[in-house]
Design a protein around this ligand. Structure first.
Ligand SMILES: *Cc1c(COP(=O)(O)O)cnc(C)c1O
Length: 390
């Protein structure tokens, strides 16, 4: 049994600590219950209300709600007209969905390496990986830190830029809000992210035509919704494109609205937790938090550290020890090009993105979520400090 010698009650030391966790309060439950008692279960007034509220919060013109962050990425590549034969540059160190969306429309993801300090797409890689077929760059605001969008836009020139901002709602780059920095920015509303609708996603854009295409895309490629037809007393509809059923329900949008009202407070809590980790980890040898650039305001979906050689314990062993102690650490991510599907179908292999491959072996995501308290943070840091000596 572990002997506790730090602060915190015995109870809080034994409680399993996940790496991320949603916050659902009574007012969230009431908002969903109200929506369930209303006339519309699926596409109804709450969808519009949620989209408008999110767009206003981000400071973009349009937001399109869909039923997952992955669907938002799919809608984005479809709206931008990407198709078979096109290439899309995407960082290797991300969740598979960032790259899979290119495959959904027959395009080819081309993997780019990341900056060793921030693990964000290295803008110079766009030059290196670009060919005559390249049509777009997908950026990933890894862990919640915005990419260097000015550099990326300048280097990308006429390429479309899709921001996979699933980690970064509320983050800022040179004072500008994430959601306004790319042609389309996508967000996930999965429970482990900043705010949730159960499953869900939302795409932000300043371009009304791209928003219109994404709305058609989420509804089978049909140009009007059931509710619009009811209001106009018509049964007539036309399918103008091949779309999907990616609609988000009204009661999920009610949950999203309720959660959105609290997101600023939750992001502040995440920033406070990150600051406490920063302070405490400064004295732990070989545990190195990722770099944060001065021109950004970080949203901290993840708090990622590198366990360097100086730590003396391999990441996988440290991972096991922390999990045995009830601390829900995780690894984000296996570089996408190393997954079997990509190796066999796209002929990707080790050595293509050496920085991502090397750092993947060192990274560990520590627990971070708004309801974490100082005892929880001390418990994680104490354990990290003790592992090398035990
Ligand atoms: C969560 C996530 C997604 C996918 O979102 P879902 O809502 O789970 O479909 C895509 N990209 C990144 C970087 C993510 O973290």
């Amino acid at each position: 049994m572990l002997v506790s010698n730090g602060s915190g009650s015995h109870e809080s030391r034994r409680r399993p600590l996940p790496y991320g966790r949603q916050t659902i309060e009574d007012d969230d439950v009431a908002a969903v219950a109200n929506a369930l008692r209303s006339e519309w279960l699926t596409t109804g007034p709450m969808v519009d209300a949620f989209e408008s509220a999110f767009a206003q919060w981000v400071g973009c013109r349009e937001a399109v709600a869909v039923n997952s962050g992955t669907a938002a990425l799919h809608a984005a590549v479809a709206a931008l007209g990407l198709r078979s034969g096109d290439e899309v540059i995407v960082p290797a160190l991300t969740f598979v969905a960032s790259a899979n969306c290119a495959l959904y429309v027959g395009a080819r993801p081309v993997f780019a390496d990341v900056d060793p300090s921030t693990l964000l797409l290295d803008p110079s890689e766009i030059v290196r990986r670009r060919t005559s077929r390249t049509r777009a760059v997908i950026t990933v605001d890894y862990a919640g830190q915005p990419c260097d969008y000015d550099a990326i836009r300048e280097i990308a020139g006429d390429l479309a830029v899709i921001a996979d901002s699933c980690h970064a709602p509320g983050a800022r780059y040179r004072g500008r809000s994430v959601g306004t920095l790319a042609d389309i920015s996508t967000f996930s509303l999965h429970p482990v992210k900043h705010f949730t609708t159960g499953e869900g996603g939302i795409a932000a854009t300043d371009n009304p035509e791209l928003a219109r295409r994404m709305r058609v895309f989420r509804n089978h490629g049909i140009a009007s919704s059931h509710r619009e037809r009811e209001e106009r007393v018509t049964w007539w509809y036309e399918m103008v494109d091949l779309g999907f059923n990616y609609r988000l329900t009204d009661f999920q949008c009610a949950l999203g609205m309720s959660q959105l009202g609290k997101i600023d407070e939750w992001i502040n809590a995440r920033r406070r937790i990150a600051r406490m980790y920063d302070e405490r980890l400064a004295s732990v040898r070989g545990v190195q938090p990722l770099g944060v650039r001065p021109e950004v305001s970080h949203a901290y979906h993840l708090y990622v550290v590198r366990l360097t050689d100086e730590y003396g314990v391999p990441r996988d062993l440290a991972f096991r020890r922390l999990r045995e102690a009830g601390i829900g650490v995780n690894v984000h991510y296996i570089p996408v090009h190393l997954h079997p599907y990509y190796r066999t179908r796209l002929d990707t292999r080790e050595g293509q993105c050496p920085v991502a491959e090397r750092l993947y072996r060192e990274i560990l995501s520590l627990p971070i979520f708004p309801a974490m308290n100082e005892d929880d943070i001390d418990r994680v840091v104490d354990m990290l400090r003790r592992i090398p000596g035990s």
